[in-house]
Write a new protein. Structure first.
Length: 299
């Protein structure tokens, strides 16, 4: 239906960075990530620092310094490196726990663990119009990545190397956030009147979801092979290893849903019955798929 490649400069996507995950990667608690929301003047930073108990101020000062160095690094990277995205809007329908995307069948998993409130067992296919309706629906597929050389910088400086790698991960996610906003408001256009602040965007106040491969509702990394077949990730320099991992490492891919009731959830633990059914729908042996779902299998 529609496919588009986008290329962003780092300063275009850096406002979309969710700094909570950056600080988490460095071992900081959520409260320290709030430095990203503080005005950069000396008075505001000093006021933020003294808001912590004295015993925690050294850690807060460390977070402040890390944030300063991260932004300095972003400015340096902005001179030479880009972030790339690719999305494709496709005709789709659901068929029980499968998605039919154009001519490709994408089997999915459904929750099996009972909910305390007796709410339904969810599968992402629930958010796409069923094939039996005779009416085609739309789904989005996406991939985003940083320039391949970016995460390999500073081989002889361990601190800067880790800093670049953690920033590259955030930049790929930030590019996805910006690209998703464009898809909702323009390319797909189901939310043309959306007008959200950056905090509201990062809190996912918009209509629709974009579950990424490897995340709780889409835990099977080998799905990347199916998405690559439809998207052609090589168009923006992404390749897959034999186990379905993306290269460059600072890449993310997944699905976009527009249904107003769509929301994130975790598949959780599944039994051997669903593992065997899923493997059959994928056309592979249960043993082959088991390694991709080890964290989701009941002991």
């Amino acid at each position: 239906m529609k496919e588009e490649i986008v290329t962003y400069s780092i300063h275009e996507v850096s406002p979309y960075i969710n700094w909570i995950y950056f600080f988490h990667a460095w071992g900081f608690q959520l409260r320290y990530a709030a430095i990203a929301n503080i005005h950069g003047c000396d008075a505001c930073r000093a006021s933020w620092l003294v808001s912590f108990p004295e015993a925690d101020r050294a850690k807060a000062a460390e977070a402040m310094q890390l944030f300063k160095e991260a932004n300095r690094m972003l400015n340096q990277l902005d001179e030479e490196y880009k972030v790339h995205g690719l999305f494709k809007l496709c005709k789709a329908n659901s068929d029980n726990d499968n998605l039919i995307i154009e001519d490709t069948v994408l089997p999915l998993l459904r929750q099996q663990t009972p909910h305390p409130d007796n709410s339904p067992y969810l599968c992402l296919s629930d958010f796409i119009r069923p094939l039996s309706s005779g009416i085609p629906d739309t789904i989005g597929l996406f991939v985003a990545t940083c320039d391949s050389h970016l995460e390999k910088l500073y081989e002889n400086d361990p601190y800067k190397r880790i800093l670049v790698q953690t920033l590259a991960d955030r930049l790929a996610e930030a590019a996805t956030e910006k690209m998703h906003e464009y898809v909702r408001k323009v390319a797909w256009g189901y939310a043309k009147d959306e007008n959200l602040s950056m905090p509201e965007l990062l809190e996912e106040k918009y209509q629709g979801i974009r579950p990424a491969v490897g995340y709780p509702s889409l835990p099977d990394q080998s799905i990347n092979f199916t998405l690559d077949k439809i998207l052609g990730m090589h168009k923006i320099g992404v390749t897959l290893t034999e186990n379905g991992a993306m290269s460059p490492h600072s890449s993310v891919c997944g699905l976009m849903f527009a249904h107003p009731s769509s929301h994130y959830f975790a598949i959780g633990k599944i039994g051997e019955d669903q593992l065997e059914d899923y493997a059959k729908r994928r056309g592979v042996s249960p043993d082959k798929i088991r390694k991709f779902l080890a964290a989701n299998l009941k002991l």
